[in-house]
Design a protein around this ligand. Structure first.
Ligand SMILES: [Zn+2]
Length: 180
Protein backbone atom coordinates (compact mmCIF):
# COMPACT_ATOMS: atom_id res chain seq x y z
CA UNK A 1 0.00 0.00 0.00
CA UNK A 2 1.32 3.43 -0.92
CA UNK A 3 1.07 6.11 1.71
CA UNK A 4 -0.19 9.28 0.15
CA UNK A 5 0.27 12.85 1.26
CA UNK A 6 -2.78 15.02 1.66
CA UNK A 7 -3.48 18.55 2.81
CA UNK A 8 -7.21 18.50 3.21
CA UNK A 9 -9.27 19.35 6.26
CA UNK A 10 -9.79 16.73 8.95
CA UNK A 11 -12.31 13.98 8.43
CA UNK A 12 -10.81 11.63 11.00
CA UNK A 13 -13.21 11.13 13.89
CA UNK A 14 -11.88 11.27 17.43
CA UNK A 15 -13.38 11.41 20.94
CA UNK A 16 -12.49 15.12 21.15
CA UNK A 17 -13.47 17.84 18.66
CA UNK A 18 -11.32 17.89 15.56
CA UNK A 19 -10.51 21.54 16.17
CA UNK A 20 -9.15 20.63 19.61
CA UNK A 21 -7.18 17.70 18.25
CA UNK A 22 -5.77 19.89 15.50
CA UNK A 23 -4.61 22.58 17.89
CA UNK A 24 -3.72 20.45 20.88
CA UNK A 25 -5.96 22.51 23.18
CA UNK A 26 -9.28 21.42 24.61
CA UNK A 27 -12.42 23.53 24.30
CA UNK A 28 -14.47 24.04 27.52
CA UNK A 29 -16.82 21.20 26.56
CA UNK A 30 -14.07 18.62 26.06
CA UNK A 31 -12.27 19.99 29.10
CA UNK A 32 -15.31 19.29 31.28
CA UNK A 33 -15.66 15.80 29.78
CA UNK A 34 -12.05 15.19 30.78
CA UNK A 35 -12.76 16.47 34.30
CA UNK A 36 -15.82 14.25 34.66
CA UNK A 37 -13.97 11.18 33.40
CA UNK A 38 -16.06 10.89 30.26
CA UNK A 39 -12.79 11.39 28.41
CA UNK A 40 -9.35 10.24 29.52
CA UNK A 41 -5.94 11.74 28.97
CA UNK A 42 -5.21 8.76 26.70
CA UNK A 43 -8.23 9.69 24.55
CA UNK A 44 -6.94 13.25 24.23
CA UNK A 45 -3.33 12.29 23.50
CA UNK A 46 -4.24 9.64 20.95
CA UNK A 47 -6.68 12.00 19.20
CA UNK A 48 -4.00 14.66 18.81
CA UNK A 49 -1.44 12.15 17.53
CA UNK A 50 -3.85 10.65 15.00
CA UNK A 51 -5.06 14.00 13.72
CA UNK A 52 -1.48 15.10 13.18
CA UNK A 53 -0.73 11.88 11.31
CA UNK A 54 -3.91 12.20 9.25
CA UNK A 55 -2.56 15.45 7.83
CA UNK A 56 0.25 13.48 6.23
CA UNK A 57 -1.31 10.09 5.64
CA UNK A 58 -4.52 9.82 3.71
CA UNK A 59 -5.53 6.38 4.99
CA UNK A 60 -5.71 7.66 8.57
CA UNK A 61 -8.11 10.44 7.55
CA UNK A 62 -10.84 7.87 7.11
CA UNK A 63 -10.36 6.35 10.54
CA UNK A 64 -12.66 6.61 13.51
CA UNK A 65 -10.83 6.58 16.81
CA UNK A 66 -13.56 5.71 19.27
CA UNK A 67 -11.39 5.81 22.34
CA UNK A 68 -7.96 5.01 23.72
CA UNK A 69 -7.19 3.33 27.01
CA UNK A 70 -3.84 3.36 28.73
CA UNK A 71 -2.62 0.34 30.68
CA UNK A 72 0.81 0.37 32.32
CA UNK A 73 2.27 2.54 29.58
CA UNK A 74 0.70 0.61 26.72
CA UNK A 75 -2.25 1.85 24.69
CA UNK A 76 -5.33 0.10 23.41
CA UNK A 77 -6.77 2.00 20.45
CA UNK A 78 -10.44 1.29 19.78
CA UNK A 79 -11.02 1.67 16.07
CA UNK A 80 -13.60 0.50 13.56
CA UNK A 81 -12.97 -2.92 12.08
CA UNK A 82 -12.29 -1.49 8.61
CA UNK A 83 -9.60 0.79 10.09
CA UNK A 84 -7.95 -2.14 11.83
CA UNK A 85 -7.98 -4.10 8.57
CA UNK A 86 -6.29 -1.18 6.80
CA UNK A 87 -3.54 -1.03 9.41
CA UNK A 88 -3.02 -4.79 9.42
CA UNK A 89 -2.58 -4.73 5.66
CA UNK A 90 0.27 -2.24 5.83
CA UNK A 91 3.39 -2.81 7.90
CA UNK A 92 4.43 0.73 7.06
CA UNK A 93 1.23 2.25 8.38
CA UNK A 94 1.46 0.15 11.53
CA UNK A 95 5.07 1.20 12.04
CA UNK A 96 4.20 4.90 11.66
CA UNK A 97 1.29 4.62 14.08
CA UNK A 98 3.32 2.68 16.63
CA UNK A 99 6.10 5.26 16.25
CA UNK A 100 3.81 7.94 17.72
CA UNK A 101 3.45 6.12 21.02
CA UNK A 102 6.06 5.44 23.67
CA UNK A 103 4.39 2.20 24.80
CA UNK A 104 3.14 -0.57 22.60
CA UNK A 105 -0.16 -0.03 20.80
CA UNK A 106 -2.87 -2.68 20.60
CA UNK A 107 -5.65 -2.37 18.05
CA UNK A 108 -9.06 -3.47 19.21
CA UNK A 109 -12.42 -3.26 17.50
CA UNK A 110 -14.83 -0.83 19.10
CA UNK A 111 -17.65 -2.36 21.17
CA UNK A 112 -16.41 -5.89 20.75
CA UNK A 113 -17.22 -8.77 23.06
CA UNK A 114 -14.57 -10.39 25.26
CA UNK A 115 -13.75 -13.07 22.70
CA UNK A 116 -13.10 -10.52 19.97
CA UNK A 117 -11.09 -8.39 22.38
CA UNK A 118 -8.87 -11.38 23.12
CA UNK A 119 -8.54 -12.24 19.42
CA UNK A 120 -7.53 -8.67 18.61
CA UNK A 121 -5.01 -8.60 21.45
CA UNK A 122 -3.38 -11.79 20.17
CA UNK A 123 -3.43 -10.82 16.48
CA UNK A 124 -1.79 -12.20 14.27
CA UNK A 125 -1.70 -15.32 16.41
CA UNK A 126 -4.46 -17.82 15.80
CA UNK A 127 -6.58 -18.74 18.79
CA UNK A 128 -8.13 -22.20 18.82
CA UNK A 129 -10.68 -21.78 21.58
CA UNK A 130 -11.86 -19.28 24.15
CA UNK A 131 -13.85 -20.82 26.99
CA UNK A 132 -15.06 -19.95 30.45
CA UNK A 133 -13.99 -21.85 33.50
CA UNK A 134 -14.77 -21.45 37.14
CA UNK A 135 -11.87 -21.54 39.54
CA UNK A 136 -12.07 -22.10 43.29
CA UNK A 137 -14.08 -19.47 45.09
CA UNK A 138 -16.36 -18.93 42.11
CA UNK A 139 -13.85 -16.84 40.18
CA UNK A 140 -14.68 -16.83 36.50
CA UNK A 141 -11.64 -17.29 34.30
CA UNK A 142 -11.32 -17.18 30.55
CA UNK A 143 -9.18 -19.89 29.08
CA UNK A 144 -7.49 -19.28 25.77
CA UNK A 145 -5.84 -22.03 23.78
CA UNK A 146 -3.40 -20.85 21.17
CA UNK A 147 -2.80 -22.88 18.04
CA UNK A 148 0.53 -24.72 17.88
CA UNK A 149 3.24 -24.30 20.47
CA UNK A 150 5.16 -21.37 21.82
CA UNK A 151 8.23 -20.74 19.73
CA UNK A 152 11.13 -18.41 20.62
CA UNK A 153 9.86 -16.02 17.94
CA UNK A 154 6.34 -15.87 19.35
CA UNK A 155 5.39 -12.24 18.62
CA UNK A 156 3.01 -11.52 21.47
CA UNK A 157 3.90 -10.69 25.05
CA UNK A 158 1.41 -13.03 26.70
CA UNK A 159 2.01 -11.62 30.17
CA UNK A 160 1.15 -8.15 28.91
CA UNK A 161 -2.06 -9.40 27.31
CA UNK A 162 -3.02 -10.99 30.63
CA UNK A 163 -2.34 -7.78 32.57
CA UNK A 164 -4.13 -5.51 30.07
CA UNK A 165 -7.16 -7.83 29.81
CA UNK A 166 -7.52 -7.82 33.57
CA UNK A 167 -6.95 -4.10 33.93
CA UNK A 168 -9.21 -2.89 31.13
CA UNK A 169 -11.88 -5.58 30.93
CA UNK A 170 -11.68 -7.54 34.18
CA UNK A 171 -10.97 -10.68 32.20
CA UNK A 172 -8.93 -13.24 34.16
CA UNK A 173 -7.04 -14.92 31.36
CA UNK A 174 -5.49 -18.35 31.47
CA UNK A 175 -3.38 -18.86 28.37
CA UNK A 176 -2.34 -22.28 27.14
CA UNK A 177 -0.77 -23.56 23.97
CA UNK A 178 -2.19 -26.40 21.91
CA UNK A 179 1.12 -28.25 22.05
CA UNK A 180 3.79 -28.17 24.71
ZN1 LIG B 1 -13.76 20.12 22.14
Amino acid sequence: MRLTVSEKSISLRTPICSFDAMNGILCPQCESKLDSGQLTKADVDASIKLVQLSQKIQQIEKFTLNSCQESNGDYVLYLNSADIMTIRQSRELYRILQGEFVGKIWLVEERCNDKKFIEDMFFPIKILTVSQLWALGGVRKTKVIISGRKTPKFPIDVDKVIVISKHLRRIELVVEFERK
